[in-house]
Design a binder for this molecule. Structure first.
Ligand code: TYD
Ligand code: MG
Length: 482
């Protein structure tokens, strides 16, 4: 008897089962398992015996190599993230929330390539040709010689493109709408997405066309469909932004041919996405000077220094368990900074709600932001506005010491360029030279020093310093209570 096919597939993680069940054992999600037709595992030609293996030669590591031939698309912020342009035959997956601007970005990229004389094909599985044309009109790209189609059959697309000169760029918007004959489940299911991606990747490698797949994102921010698609492609880019902000950030999550720490910054305008060559100016453009709870962090994204404002609000809580809400930063990092404030600076925040926000919709991943976050928190608690011309950077260790971070001179240079006058930073960084940028360098050895300095700035003497410890309002209220 033939082996029973596994035909029930979890739409969240792609795990396959022989029968239906309510909960996926692999990822723990409920109600995600649906019946799907299995991939047809028969040989390409029915009736023909399976092919015998062909011998190939094994090669040593040394030998002739070629630089990955790259094609820069001309949208500088996009090229920065891909690592200098499209590599021939590479496949990129671009993920992002609906409406964030994926189709707009890719239309602009395809237009830039087409205008430079390369063949660029844009296949939309979601919109009609007329809709894409309307968008192109809005972006003033009508004259770009992009080849356009609204198609969803992978076989038809590949047959059409193999016909003539192979394109340099193929945009598939989106992979969830594509379907292939090789798999007989409905479009959008995990098996179909995987099958369609496989076919398009094979086409890319064979023809040398660079392929961009647009991927939908699930509500918790993962690219929908099996994670395995992320493993199959050469690069995964994510396009992010806060709905209410105009800034959009392109980030490489994975990149076989380039760095993963570079970001590209765009602004969504009425005329499409504009590149932002100097993001610091933009992120600081709406600063609320003179109010407590904001600190400017001198950060580095990839090779580029970036100044952003970190905002904190510390307010007495009415809840049994105080709220901790973070936008744009790692919540566990916040928990760590709060713990260090409590253990080494005597600042107890267990009676306070804490909100932390990175302005402009940016997401910071660097530990160097610890010091700026701590400064914003203490400033809010002590109701002491920080000096408007100061930037902060430094990693905080669990012992409360301020640890050195990489690329201090680049951070200082950017701060000086934007008119800042002083930098609060780790002690060791002061020796690295940075004074030449005309900044006053204020090294802090530990977080308790910083907390004491900020408390001293306070308009209201809300925080008093005693025996090296800085006590917060919460503490005093708590001790009155008991
Ligand atoms: P779109 O590229 O369709 O997003 P996605 O493909 O990621 O779903 O962009 C849609 C949003 O962008 C839409 O809300 C309108 C906005 N937009 C502008 O603000 N200006 C423009 O010039 C364009 C084309 C879109
Ligand atoms: Mg779209």
């Amino acid at each position: 008897m033939a082996r029973r096919e596994l035909t029930f597939v979890c739409q969240n993680c792609g795990a396959a089962y022989g029968r239906w069940q309510g909960k996926c054992d692999a990822c723990g999600e409920w109600n995600t398992i649906t019946e799907e037709g299995a991939a047809l595992a028969r040989p390409a030609m029915p009736g023909r015996a399976p092919r015998k293996g062909r011998k190939f030669t094994l090669e040593p590591l040394t030998g002739a190599t070629h630089d990955a031939p790259r094609l820069a698309c001309g949208v500088a912020e996009f090229d920065r993230v891909t690592g200098g342009g499209f590599v021939r035959g590479s496949v990129l997956l671009l993920g992002g929330d609906p409406g964030i601007g994926k189709s707009t970005l890719l239309l602009e990229v395809a237009a830039a390539l087409a205008r430079a004389g390369h063949r660029a094909v844009y296949i939309s599985g979601e919109e009609a040709v007329a809709q894409v044309r309307l968008r192109a009109e809005r972006l003033k790209l009508q004259d770009a010689p992009i080849e356009l189609a609204a198609e969803t059959s992978v076989e038809d697309i590949i047959a059409t493109l193999s016909d003539r000169e192979t394109p340099r760029l193929l945009v598939i918007d989106s992979i969830q709408t594509m379907w292939t004959d090789a798999v007989d489940s409905a479009p959008g299911t995990v098996t179909q997405v995987r099958g369609a991606a496989q076919a398009l990747i094979r086409f890319a490698k064979r023809s040398g066309t660079a392929v961009i797949l647009v991927g939908h994102v699930t509500k918790d921010g993962q690219i929908a469909g099996p994670r395995v698609v992320e493993h199959m492609v050469d690069a995964v880019l994510s396009f992010e932004g806060e709905g209410s902000h105009q800034f959009r950030i392109l980030r490489a999550v994975k990149n076989r041919f380039g760095p993963t720490d570079e970001i590209g910054v765009f602004e969504m305008t009425g005329l499409g996405l504009q590149e932002i060559a100097n993001p610091s100016e933009l992120f600081l453009s709406e600063r609320d000077l003179g109010s407590p709870g904001t600190a400017v962090f001198a950060g580095i994204e990839g090779s580029r220094p970036l100044l952003v404002e970190i905002q904190a609000l510390v307010a007495p809580t009415s809840l049994g368990t105080p709220r901790r809400a973070v936008v744009g930063w790692d919540p566990s990092r916040l928990a760590m900074v709060l713990a260090v404030l409590e253990a080494h600076c005597g600042i107890r925040l267990s009676g306070h709600d804490v909100y932390l926000n990175v302005a402009g919709g940016l997401r910071i991943q660097e530990p160097a932001a610890d010091l700026a976050a701590a400064a914003a928190l203490v400033s809010s608690l002590a109701n002491a506005p920080l000096p408007a011309d100061a930037v902060y950077f430094g990693e905080i260790s669990l012992s409360g010491a301020v640890r050195p971070v990489a690329q201090a001179p680049a951070r200082l240079k950017e701060a000086a360029k934007l008119g800042f006058g002083r930098a609060v930073m780790p002690q060791s960084a002061a020796g690295e030279g940075g004074g030449e940028f005309g900044l006053a360098l204020l090294p802090v050895p530990s977080l308790s020093h910083l907390a004491a300095d900020i408390a001293a700035l306070g308009k209201t003497p809300a925080v008093k310093t005693a025996g090296g410890n800085t006590r917060g309002r919460a503490d005093r209220r708590a001790s009155q209570d008991d």
